[in-house]
Design a protein around this ligand. Structure first.
Ligand SMILES: Nc1ncnc2c1ncn2[C@@H]1O[C@H](COP(=O)(O)OP(=O)(O)OP(=O)(O)O)[C@@H](O)[C@H]1O
Length: 236
């Protein structure tokens, strides 16, 4: 039986009196891509932030590799990469930005950090731009740099909030290829949110619809007609 990387059980989260998540249940498997759909304000980012420990005071269980995930468990958290609210220092180079970030989370020797950063930049095909300042990057390059940042620690799970927003069609294809490569070569489990139905339908092994605070639909078979139109109906 395939092991579950992430299991969420009865996750509930409110902001004040506003109930956003009303009992989320889901499971993610290694090497599988899961797309999360939902209307604006449905709670997709909130769900991701709960898993990433970026928001507190939620109820329910978040289990990573069979272990309850606590916000203070930094070793385990390093195995979860994310692309949520990423900011860079525009006046620093791509390499220096990554070095700064890794310094905050790791006590590895400098040589090892350097190697991991180079490997990560190579994976997203930005090695040639390592010494360029981020302010000279295109939006697509910044998006790939954000991915490089999330990959430094070789995460087993990657959580991406709208990874295709603002990308041109070539950029979208590049990111899709990178995500497929990650699953194939490293067995990474990926959860991403998107409003771009085509990308969700193209890329995923499983589609989840978040509506009224619960996962109202989970589709692993994906063999139905007019899929996009039906998914839009399910989001209502
Ligand atoms: N820090 C916060 N304090 C209060 N309310 C919040 C906070 N963050 C989010 N919300 C509210 O929670 C709801 C869900 O927001 P969230 O960003 O999770 O939705 P989303 O599905 O990611 O939306 P979108 O597709 O527009 O990005 C919204 O009504 C939002 O206004």
């Amino acid at each position: 039986m395939t092991r579950t990387i992430l299991e969420i059980r009865d996750l509930r989260k409110s902001y004040g009196r506003n109930n956003i998540l009303n009992g989320i249940d889901l499971q993610l498997l290694p090497g599988k891509i899961t797309g999360l759909l939902g209307r604006n304000g449905a709670g997709k980012t909130t769900l991701m932030k709960c898993v990433l420990g970026l928001t507190a005071n939620y109820h329910g269980k978040v289990v990573f590799n069979g272990k309850n995930l606590s916000t203070t468990d930094t070793q385990t958290r390093m195995k979860i990469g994310s692309l949520v609210d990423v900011q860079f220092y525009e006046d620093l180079t791509a390499y220096d930005n990554l070095m700064l970030s890794i310094r905050l989370i790791d006590s590895l020797p400098k040589k090892e950090r350097k190697r991991l950063i180079q490997e990560s930049l190579e994976f997203v095909e930005l090695s040639n731009a390592a010494k360029k300042k981020v302010k000279n990057f295109s939006f697509g390059m910044k998006q790939r740099l954000a991915l490089a940042l999330s990959l430094i620690t070789k995460p087993e799970l990657l959580i991406l909030d709208e990874p295709f927003v603002g990308l041109d069609p070539i950029g979208v294809e590049e990111v899709k290829d990178l995500l497929r490569k990650l699953c194939r070569e490293r067995g990474t489990a990926i959860l991403f949110s998107s409003h771009q139905m085509q990308e969700v339908c193209d890329l995923t092994d499983n589609i989840l619809v978040l509506s009224k605070g619960v996962i109202s639909y989970s589709d692993q078979n994906r063999h139905f007609e007019n899929q996009q139109a039906q998914l839009i109906e399910l989001m209502k």
